[in-house]
Design a binder for this molecule. Structure first.
Ligand SMILES: *Cc1c(COP(=O)(O)O)cnc(C)c1O
Length: 303
């Protein structure tokens, strides 16, 4: 079977870069630019496209098996790619208590796209990337012939795919900022930037373990970590999918000011971080600050 090729879906690449006039930035002399990765493709938006492209080529049409929680954007992206390009997908979902219950809107979307869902208990899930556990999961899921993409989609090919994001910003921005889950997108973005450009990551999970993960991802993908990025760990609002009244109010206000639907798990935390950092004077006047809009609101937040 031929390798599925995402470029057949006519992605909008390079993604648009749009200036946004917001007084909280302009009064500090900072030019805010939105790097609209959410517009890359209708069904497969954002950094998930960049992370999947080289992996799907490597899968060569075999079923693609991957992992995620009950609201994973990554699972939805893999399922959509399978439907659009005609290859089988298997989603291994954290939490066997979900089996037999009605699917939430995110998993229902995966299933509607033809993804076969397999629910596993949390302790097995925690060890899923250890070879003996992975082998058992593949056998029990009757998926031994699958191409395995790790949770969140971050492996070397994904990180290499995200270097294009950095390259598309050459000469156009001084700082490129992105929300981080696994950090794979930041790892690639930073590696793709030119001399003098810097990347800033805003982790949406609580933990502080991401520095080491990103260095490891860069080492695996490029042989060594790059020194042109940093993380600011203050904006996770309590952890993944957690929020605060202040963050909710910020996101609603941002949507009203600019008419831009703000994805809440990642993009809201990024924009909130950049607004706060700008108010703190973190960026010198004249800075061109590119905020990567990695996704748009998904089915879990749709009305
Ligand atoms: C997956 C995702 C991210 C995080 O990407 P990582 O490479 O895991 O850091 C950021 N934003 C959105 C909208 C996502 O879906």
């Amino acid at each position: 079977m031929a390798a599925p090729d995402l470029s057949a879906l006519r992605p909008r690449l390079p993604s648009p870069l749009q200036p946004l006039a917001d007084e909280r930035f302009t009064r500090r002399g900072v030019t805010l630019l939105l790097k609209r990765d959410d517009l890359i493709h209708e069904a497969l938006p954002g950094n998930k496209w960049r992370k999947l492209a080289l992996n799907l080529r490597a899968a060569r049409g075999r079923p693609v098996l991957t992992f995620g929680g009950a609201y994973s954007n990554h699972l939805r992206a893999v399922a959509a790619a399978g439907r659009l390009l005609g290859f089988p997908t298997i989603g291994v979902v954290r939490g066997d208590e979900l089996a037999g219950r009605p699917l939430n809107p995110s998993l229902a979307q995966c299933a509607a796209d033809g993804m076969r869902l397999v629910f596993i208990d949390r302790s097995t899930y925690r060890h899923k990337h250890e070879p003996p556990t992975l082998a058992r999961i593949l056998t029990e899921a009757r998926a031994d012939d699958s191409y395995v993409v790790p949770e969140g989609g971050s492996n070397s090919l994904a990180v290499q795919g995200c270097t294009d994001l950095g390259r598309e910003l050459h000469d156009l921005a001084d700082v490129a900022a992105i929300a981080c889950g696994t950090g794979g997108s930041l790892a690639g973005l930073a590696a793709g930037l030119a001399e003098g450009q810097r990347a800033l990551g805003v982790p949406v999970l609580k933990g502080g373990f991401l520095d080491a993960d990103i260095r490891r991802l860069q080492t695996e993908a490029f042989g060594a970590p790059t020194a042109n990025w940093r993380l600011d760990d203050r904006f996770h609002a309590g952890g993944y999918a957690r929020t605060t009244p202040a963050l909710d109010a910020f996101a609603e206000d941002f949507e009203q000011r600019h008419g831009l639907p703000v994805e809440r798990l990642y993009v809201a935390k990024l924009l909130h971080a950049l607004t706060t950092l700008t108010e703190e004077g973190a960026f010198p006047p004249g800075t061109r600050l590119a905020a990567v809009i990695t996704g748009r609101p998904g089915p879990e937040t749709a009305a």
